[in-house]
Ligand binder design. Structure first.
Ligand code: COA
Ligand code: AMP
Length: 638
């Protein structure tokens, strides 16, 4: 626990002196069909490309090479599903067999290198097979989280135009079975881009009706491929070819298609498993996220498999499946040495079992570290988890765009002292700065925009799907020479990073990233709504939840409660239950500046019960009293 005994400073300085040498060495951990002649080509792509010209295959590095080198019988994937009462272990050889067979099916369906395949899947092993099968044949997968509504899925279909969609008959939310097929069919109806085919994994909880000519039964196709002895080999791809597209919330209703390449992604993720997470090949690791999120992509599927570790795939919740001891059971049963989840999961456990009664029942002697990310980790929750576990609890900061940690406490290099509220220090690859609006660097301890000096390290997005201009506009234009993280924060005198919040209208609800702008677009479409503002307000469990203020059109005299409930329903229908939009409040007016800008910051402080100074530019201070009373009426704020 001593800054002097950690190798971090030495390793970071080595990277800063010679980034290409650093990543060139890290690349030796990957099996290349043809290695790169240039580690970084500054002239390629929007801001340069890593490993240009190299040829590789991601699936080979995740599976084949481990089978060839002695890990055939080691568990690769452990599926643990309290919601279905199922547990299954796949060795590396078994996982490879599943993936090879599914890849052959995809090929037979006409999917070829560069084609897009959408996955709308629950947390079942077949989702992992599908991601790896796409990687094997050079197809580009795009996983869409199951909690999104048809319209969100349709937007993604429209943007990436998949040849094929892979889905399942249902997802299971604790006790509730959610049929996926009606959502999928509705999305395909809404989208002008239609897939040629759909493959449905029928789960026993609910059978999905199949549309003749378009829909195929997953098990039947796999069965036929097995009978015919069909398998597919790895297709060589360029390191710079896309491995996947993952859509994430932008500032409007139109999500951004974050592109991940093959080569840089493998190099950075492989490096991170030992150096950040201190996991060794052969050890068991658990990331309690969802394959629909970036954490699931990187740390349920790809990184542990590149590393030859065992990864747990958990279909359940931190509480309620069946109790607040679920996480301890999984860690102990599968002998996990480390786990990764969002702080909200620990807040849920803390709320239900504050004294850790369930914790006492399990043997966690193999467990070394708890990693948290996805939202700001509140010091209370960290302290509670530290006390309970008596093990390091490590906050780290990253984004869908980066695919791995921007800042963290690199346990494999030797732990640095923990400061609650800080995700510790920038990782090698990230030259992190704090700047003001004029792109001028700010002194230590001063809040500003967190930006990364270009180029971004391997694994970070090279661009947005078929939108180089939007990539430039969204991330590179505002602070020339830097990547805009859109997070605000500061770096203290010891070089520790503090991430305090977003600079745009993205909010973080239970570790899920959502756009308030997107929700406002939905509310504005309601026939009675004249204008609206959606803000993220503090929530004990989810960190933040959205709250929508609505001004009605003149002459509307229907019951307000009815309109509020319609608005709640509309966001659920158009964005999905994951938005957790449950608070719509009709108000007479919104507080604005004299130039007409809605005073969101002030409204948020009011809702959060914080003190605030009356903005000098406010048009009419009386409106804030009206907002305060409306919030009180709903039991929110002071
Ligand atoms: N398919 C369909 N619906 C889903 C879904 C899925 N895959 N995932 C969530 N939902 C639904 C939930 O059922 C819930 O619906 P409801 O409003 O009808 O109750 C809604 O979306 C909100 O879900 P969630 O945010 O998960 O809240 P919750 O109250 O069900 O659970 C936690 C709260 C804290 C237990 C839960 O958010 C959790 O485990 N979070 C872990 C964080 C995480 O995985 N983060 C990912 C990035 S690391
Ligand atoms: P996502 O792209 O969904 O992973 O969300 C990324 C955003 O989540 C970041 O831009 C931050 O705003 C927030 N975030 C993620 N990890 C942390 C963290 N450790 N501390 C503070 N904010 C975080």
């Amino acid at each position: 626990m001593d800054a002097r005994t950690s190798r971090y400073h030495e390793v970071y300085a080595r990277w800063l002196r010679d980034p290409q040498g650093f990543w060139g060495e890290a690349a030796a951990e990957i099996d290349w069909i043809e290695p790169a002649k240039t580690v970084f080509d500054a002239k390629d792509g929007v801001y340069g490309r890593w490993f240009s010209g190299a040829v590789c295959n991601t699936c080979y590095n995740a599976l084949d090479r481990h089978v060839l080198r002695g890990r055939a019988n080691q568990p690769a994937l452990i599926y643990d599903s309290p919601v279905t009462g199922t547990k299954r272990t796949f060795t590396y050889a078994e996982l490879l067999d599943e993936v090879k067979t599914l890849a052959a099916v995809l090929k037979d369906m006409g999917v070829a290198k560069g084609d897009r395949v959408i996955l709308y899947m629950p947390m079942v092993p077949e989702a992992v097979f599908a991601m790896l099968a796409c990687a094997r044949i050079g197809a580009i997968h795009s996983v869409v989280f199951g909690g999104f509504a048809p319209k969100e899925l349709a937007t993604r279909l429209e943007d990436c135009k998949p040849k094929l969609i892979l889905s399942a008959s249902c997802g299971i939310e604790v006790q509730r079975v959610i049929p996926y097929k009606p959502l999928l069919d509705a999305a395909i109806d809404l989208s002008s881009a239609k897939p040629e085919a759909v493959m449905i994994l029928q789960r026993p909880q609910v059978e999905a009706p199949l549309i003749a000519g378009r829909d195929h039964d997953w098990a039947a196709l796999i069965g036929a491929a097995r009978k015919a002895g069909k398998t597919a080999d790895c297709v060589p791809v360029l390191a710079t070819d896309p491995l996947y597209i993952l859509y994430t919330s932008g500032t409007t209703g139109r999500p951004k298609g974050v592109v991940r390449d093959n080569g840089g992604h493998m190099v950075a993720l492989k490096w991170s498993m030992k150096n950040i997470y201190d996991v060794d090949p052969g050890e068991s690791w658990w990331s309690a996220s969802d394959v629909g999120w970036v954490v699931g992509h990187s740390y349920i599927v790809y990184a542990p498999l590149f590393h030859g570790a065992t990864s747990v795939l958990y279909e359940g919740k931190p509480v309620g499946t069946p109790d607040a001891g679920a996480f301890w059971r999984v860690i102990s049963e599968h002998q996990c040495v480390a786990m990764f989840t969002a702080p909200t999961a620990f807040r849920a456990i803390k709320k239900e079992d504050p004294k850790g009664v369930f914790f006492e029942k399990y043997d966690l002697s193999k467990f070394r570290t708890l990693f948290l990310a996805g939202e700001r980790a509140d010091p209370d929750t960290i302290a509670w988890a530290e006390n309970l576990l008596n093990k390091p609890v490590i906050d780290h900061w990253w984004q869908t765009e980066t695919g791995w940690a921007i800042a963290g406490n690199p346990m494999g290099l030797g732990q640095l002292p923990v400061k609650h509220g800080s995700p510790t220090v920038p990782m090698p690859g990230y030259d992190l700065r704090v700047v003001d609006d004029g792109n001028k660097e700010l002194p230590r301890g001063t809040m500003g925009s967190l930006v990364v000096k270009l180029p971004l390290p391997p694994s970070c997005l090279p661009t947005l799907w078929q939108a180089d201009d939007r990539m430039h506009e969204s991330y590179l234009a505002e602070f020339p020479g830097y990547y805009k993280t859109a997070d605000a924060g500061f770096i203290d005198q010891d070089g520790y990073v503090f991430v305090m919040g977003r600079t745009d209208d993205i909010i973080n609800v239970a570790g899920h990233r959502l756009s308030t702008g997107g929700m406002e677009e939905v509310l504005s479409a309601h026939k009675d709504v004249a204008e609206c503002a959606v803000l993220g307000i503090k929530d004990q469990l989810k960190g933040e939840v959205p709250c929508g203020f609505i001004v009605l059109k003149a002459g509307v005299n229907r019951p307000v409660a009815e309109i509020e409930s319609e608005c709640v329903g509309l966001v659920r229908e158009k964005i999905g239950p994951v938005a957790a939009f449950k608070l719509a409040i009709v108000v007479a007016r919104l507080p604005k500046t004299r130039s007409g800008k809605i005073l969101r910051g002030t409204m948020k402080k009011l809702a959060d019960g914080e003190t605030f100074a009356m903005p000098a530019t406010i048009d009419d201070p009386a409106i804030l009293d009206e907002i305060g009373s409306a919030l009180k009426g709903k039991g929110v704020g002071v």
